[in-house]
Design a protein around this ligand. Structure first.
Ligand SMILES: Nc1nc2c(ncn2[C@@H]2O[C@H](COP(=O)(O)OP(=O)(O)OP(=O)(O)O)[C@@H](O)[C@H]2O)c(=O)[nH]1
Ligand SMILES: [Mg+2]
Length: 443
């Protein structure tokens, strides 16, 4: 049991209107009494107080709130001080706290760690909280909030309880095989395992939507040299991010621009024009373009309007359902509607005068929204969860291939442990509870 009382600035570094200092642990109420001179602070009420330093000089006129354990973020006694967000105010308040008995500054993440240790948050909620704090766009915010509020925990814990119940039945078969147990138990258990395998499979095969939304969605601009890819990037970024020139082969490195597109975090990359070249540096650029194109969530495949209707063959091979095909320079006379290539509709734009760019942004948003929209069903958000789920899935699959009941039970235990690791609740004692609840074996 960790009895140190910890404190830290919970809001960003000032100067700001208000800064929040959080104190958690058994000595938090005493520290608040010492700083405010109040005999008592009622729980869950904001109280206006003078904050004083060790010699009794007033530091600030502040608001203070106390949360009595276990009804607090950490599950411990917590006090929060809302002081004016000036550097000296914060520094002096922290100094006064450091002088209180049993108080020390918190380590990074220590409040959340205590919340986890006290069962206030499971591991997925802890991760959701971290994601919420670092969310940069609305779609990321929504995904993180749902995770923090327990959406993934209830999915994984739900699977785990079903497996625990199935295992309890199996154990009953093992331990009491001479006695009179319903014959269909084994059948029911294997039915449940099959159902879980399917559900986990479905959850795993999600095109990494949740993970990609956390990391940012990758949009890559590809096409032949001089098609106007860099001009297009600059237009989307609303700044001169990449060098534009009429010399083919201008762009060599991948140039990335981050933006918020209708709430989605998007990284748009401009790449070197695709062509055969003997020049070593350019050839490396082309290699990088192909690599970026292959890892992209959406490809903007750009043809050069100056050579229209002749299209670059290599570029054309990159058109598929994840791509938006574009012919640029539609300000030139040879680019005429309707624009099609090999049955694919092609969008005409002019990166020079902006024609068609609104439509391009709309199409891009639609594509991204269709693929990444956070729907009703919870999505996987982290590789850690994916690994554990794969392990669980493997163990369940393996259990289908063996005859021996003991071996099946062992694989089920491994699967349960893998799920338990995701939310951080690994225990085995609860199997017994389930046996007693379902079978009343003791009678
Ligand atoms: N007429 C016209 N010219 C354009 C348009 N967009 C770009 N250009 C011109 O085309 C030339 C090449 O533009 P870039 O943006 O550098 O082309 P790029 O595809 O990045 O070329 P590389 O980096 O060499 O692969 C420049 O001279 C641009 O000014 C357009 O919409 N219309
Ligand atoms: Mg370029």
């Amino acid at each position: 049991m960790n009895t140190a009382t910890i404190f830290a600035l919970a809001s960003g570094l000032g100067p700001a209107g208000v800064s929040v200092i959080r104190i958690s642990g058994p000595n938090a109420p005493a520290a608040a009494i010492r700083l405010t001179g109040r005999a008592e602070l009622p729980p869950r009420r904001l109280v206006r107080c003078q904050i004083r330093d060790v010699v009794g000089d007033t530091i600030d006129d502040a608001l203070v709130v106390r949360f009595a354990k276990p009804a607090s973020f950490t599950g411990e006694d917590v006090v929060e001080l809302y002081v004016h967000g000036g550097r000296a105010v914060v520094d002096e308040t922290m100094r006064a706290l450091a002088a209180c008995d049993g108080l020390r500054p918190a380590e990074p993440g220590e409040f959340t760690r205590r919340a986890f240790d006290n069962g206030k948050l499971d591991l997925t909620a802890v991760e959701g909280l971290a994601d919420l704090v670092s969310a940069e766009t609305k779609a990321q915010l929504r995904q993180a909030l749902r995770q923090m509020q327990g959406e993934l925990a209830s999915l994984y814990d739900g699977w785990r309880s079903r497996l625990l119940a199935a295992l309890a039945h199996m154990e009953a078969v093992i331990d009491f095989s001479d006695e009179d147990l319903p014959a269909e138990i084994e059948g029911r258990v294997s039915g449940e395992i099959d159902a879980l395998i399917q559900e986990i499979d479905h959850h795993l095969n999600d095109d990494r939507r949740g993970e990609r939304l956390r990391e940012g969605i990758r949009v890559v601009i590809v096409g032949p040299p001089n098609a106007g890819k860099s001009t297009l990037l600059n237009l989307l970024a609303r700044r001169d991010a990449a060098i534009v020139s009429d010399t083919p082969g201008t762009t060599r490195d991948v140039v990335e621009v981050h933006m918020d597109l209708a709430g989605y975090p998007v990284t748009v990359s401009d790449t070197a024009g695709l062509r055969e070249t003997k020049e070593e540096v350019e050839a490396e650029g082309v290699r990088r373009s192909m690599k970026a194109a292959s890892s992209a969530d959406v490809r903007l495949v750009v043809f050069d309007g100056a050579t229209w209707p002749n299209v670059d063959r290599e570029t054309a091979t990159l058109i598929n359902q994840d791509a938006i095909a574009i012919v640029n320079k539609c300000d030139l006379h040879q680019v005429r509607e309707p624009l099609r290539w090999n049955g694919h509709g092609i969008l005409g734009v002019s990166a020079r005068n902006g024609d068609g760019v609104d439509r391009l942004l709309e199409m891009l948003q639609e594509k991204i929204a269709r693929r990444f929209q956070v729907g009703e069903t919870p999505v996987l958000t982290r590789i850690r969860h994916r690994r554990a789920l794969e392990e669980c899935h493997e163990a369940l699959q393996r259990s289908r291939d063996v005859e021996d009941i003991e071996l099946i039970a062992e694989d089920m235990r491994l699967a349960i442990r893998a799920l338990g690791r995701i939310t951080g609740r690994v225990d085995v004692e609860d199997i017994l509870d389930v046996i007693f609840r379902d079978f009343c074996i003791g009678k």
